[in-house]
Design a binder for this molecule. Structure first.
Ligand code: MV4
Length: 445
């Protein structure tokens, strides 16, 4: 079993990982930039190491500094959290070469899923439904015929993409090559890789993702889905489980399909399989090979500690449960609380003067801030997550309403009021929203 874990992250996820370690008797090492000396993850950990200046490239992304911190503290494992080095296959390989456990999948799976073309081919071959499109990369010579076959509108996507960069819709054959060139140039600039593929453009899908976990003993499970359709500029704002519109039989169907798929390629650890869902059909788009920000909604409806299971699996132990042990119960919703102006979304770093998180039955707050803490301007603006559970979606929304009212964060601007407005919208309450709903709503505000 892992004895000492280095947490290569900051903020709420560093605390989340530390908490699982405490319960399992694993010692923790925090790493931090010079801007984070006063951060809660540093205070809570058993030991801490400063790894560099504020800018993430020289601290939280600084592989030699993190390796040195492992050496100094004699850590035998690293949990990367999300973001930063969590999907860096090279980092996973370097740790392995130093006999340090990377709490995550095998480097090859990180690499495969990072290439969206390879990921789609692997998934399709394993029986997962994918968006109709080109089977592989396209050139200016073969793209027009492929697009004609797919049918317009088509979406030009970057193989190295994600987060919407290097992605453009071509409405007609007349604009295809120009659109492809624009997207290709964006991909080259953003990723240094301009391989492109084409997909049928789905106009009004929902974003539904399935949580999976696998161990090294043949144990493979799915933990249901999360509906993450409420996004702004490819940033999720609110997530829920179960999806308000997915029939029970289809949950089991897609769960069986994805567990079978990841068994065939010997996946290890936690993963998320992202789908677009439109007209009652699932279409695979991408797989994330990390723990995700929104994992607590799954924990709330399954009562399973996903970080604990990640640490077990990384140590070579089996998952502590089988598929038949999972009892999905009730409904959970997560609101991401950002230090931002709720209208302009401009970042609002600064000193938090008062901090009173809500509590009570079914309420969970994952945050690393405290009264008197100064939010540095160098990192992303998410300062916490409010996750609420209820016996059904209606009870969950009632509890969310009262928790948002109770939440006090003074001294900075936050998105709490945005969530208060959002949950009163009839479309939200009826569950009638697709991936474009939130941006349309905000445009009309
Ligand atoms: C799509 C799509 C429509 N059709 N693919 C955006 C980010 C990237 N990872 C996948 N994305 C999309 N792929 C096809 N074939 C629409 C989006 C998309 C989107 C997806 C999920 C959540 C929010 C979104 C917002 C805009 C576009």
């Amino acid at each position: 079993m892992i004895k000492k874990l280095l947490i290569a992250n900051r903020g709420e996820i560093a605390l989340r990982i530390h908490r699982a370690c405490q319960e399992m008797g694993i010692a923790t090492v925090a790493v931090h930039s010079t801007a984070d000396s006063e951060a809660m993850h540093v205070r809570l950990a058993d030991e801490s190491v400063c790894i560099g200046p504020p800018n993430a490239a020289q601290s939280y992304l600084n592989i030699p500094a993190i390796l040195a911190a492992c050496e100094i503290t004699d850590a035998d494992a690293v949990h990367p959290g999300y973001g930063f080095l969590s999907e860096n296959a090279g980092f996973a390989e370097i740790l392995e070469a130093h006999d340090i456990i990377f709490v995550g999948p095998k480097a090859q799976h990180i690499r495969d899923m990072g290439d969206k073309i390879a990921a789609k081919q692997l998934m399709r071959a394993a029986g997962v439904p994918v968006v109709p499109g080109s089977d592989g990369a396209v050139t200016n010579d073969d793209a027009p015929a492929i697009a004609e076959k797919i049918g317009y509108p088509v979406l030009c996507k970057a193989a190295a993409g994600g987060g919407g960069r290097g992605m453009k819709v071509a409405e007609t054959a007349e604009t295809l090559l120009e659109t492809l060139a624009t997207a290709r140039a964006e991909a080259r600039a953003a990723f240094g890789d301009d391989a492109m593929y084409l997909e049928k453009y789905l106009g009004t899908p929902r974003h539904i993702e399935v949580q999976v976990m696998a161990d090294a003993h043949g144990g493979v499970v799915h933990l249901g889905e999360r509906d993450c359709s409420l996004q702004r500029r490819h940033q999720k704002v609110l997530e829920e489980s179960p999806s308000p519109i997915l029939p029970m039989e289809q949950r089991e169907q897609i769960g069986a399909i994805v567990t079978k798929a990841i068994s065939t390629f010997g996946y290890l650890g936690a993963g998320t399989i992202e789908f677009l869902y439109q007209d009652g059909q699932f279409y695979f788009i991408e797989m994330n090979t990390r723990l995700q920000v929104e994992h607590p909604v799954t924990e709330m409806v399954t009562n399973i500690d996903l970080v604990r299971e990640q640490l077990r699996v990384a140590s070579g132990l089996p998952l502590s449960f089988a598929q038949s042990d999972i009892a999905f119960s009730g409904h959970a919703i997560e609101c991401r609380i950002n230090a931002e102006d709720p209208r302009s979304f401009a970042p609002s770093p600064g000193r938090i003067t008062q901090f009173h998180p809500p509590g009570g039955l079914g309420v969970r707050v994952d945050s690393a801030v405290y009264a008197g803490y100064t939010i540095p301007p160098y990192y992303d603006s998410m300062i916490g997550k409010l996750i609420v559970h209820g016996r059904d979606r209606q009870e969950c929304i009632m509890r969310l309403r009262r928790s948002l009212r109770e939440f006090v964060v003074d001294g900075i601007k936050t998105t709490i009021s945005l969530h208060q407005d959002l949950i009163e919208q009839p479309d939200f309450q009826s569950g009638s929203y697709d991936i474009h709903w939130l941006e349309k709503y905000l445009a009309g505000q």
